[in-house]
Design a protein around this ligand. Sequence first.
Ligand SMILES: Nc1ncnc2c1ncn2[C@@H]1O[C@H](COP(=O)(O)OP(=O)(O)OP(=O)(O)O)[C@@H](O)[C@H]1O
Length: 239
Amino acid sequence: MSSPPPAISCDRVTVRRGQTTAVDDLSMTIPQGSITGLLGPSGCGKTTLMRAIVGTQRNAEGTVNVLGYPAGSPILRRHVGYVTQSASVYTDLTVVQNVRYFATLFDAESNVDDALAAVGLTDFADRPTSGLSGGQVNRVSIACALVTQPTLLILDEPTVGLDPVLRADLWARFDALARSGVTLLVSSHVMDEAAHCDNLLLMRGGHLVAQLTPDELRSRTGQSNLEDAFLALIKETAA
Ligand SMILES: Nc1ncnc2c1ncn2[C@@H]1O[C@H](COP(=O)(O)OP(=O)(O)OP(=O)(O)O)[C@@H](O)[C@H]1O
């Protein structure tokens, strides 16, 4: 039996945005069924890379394949969920109406309850979205992406602005999704979130500085704290 294609493979991807080379000659492969953290400081190119992977970034040079198809291929629409930094939900609808709306587009109405449960919003199903906290609205957005039961879920800074309890809760839910076979690519500029990931992509200034596991990052730099480890790696690669 042939092995499944990688969830994502990028070969020499470069994206210029205005005067900036937002992604610079970046190559990497992500296997299916894992959580990969895309980490690096603000402005290092994380969102741009995610947009290239989803197929919404104009002027992306190089090759990006997703689940064996060129990024942005129509066949991938149902299989790739993308949650942007700003939640894209209808505030005049209730929580369940939002999720049902996305479900209807993909003929996936039978998944609505599961999607709400996966983000812990079952008890909020009939609440108007306009009355929710920022973290709850983020989770509605994630439920809308989950309802098509994507093979690959791409989340741009999903935990930003959440308190530590909610962050831990969301990471536990991501972990459960990964164990059920979903591939997750999750961006963050908070290095301690790296500990939740199987693999890390560390970016700086549009470059991929390293692709490794959290343990490899610790042992390569001799630092137990991931923030310190990232800084040590930056020093090492700049030397
Ligand atoms: N529309 C745009 N026009 C010109 N330059 C842009 C545009 N959007 C982003 N950039 C630049 O591209 C670079 C990468 O931005 P990007 O949003 O991908 O970074 P990021 O790592 O996701 O940042 P953050 O963590 O703050 O969201 C930055 O230098 C940014 O200023």
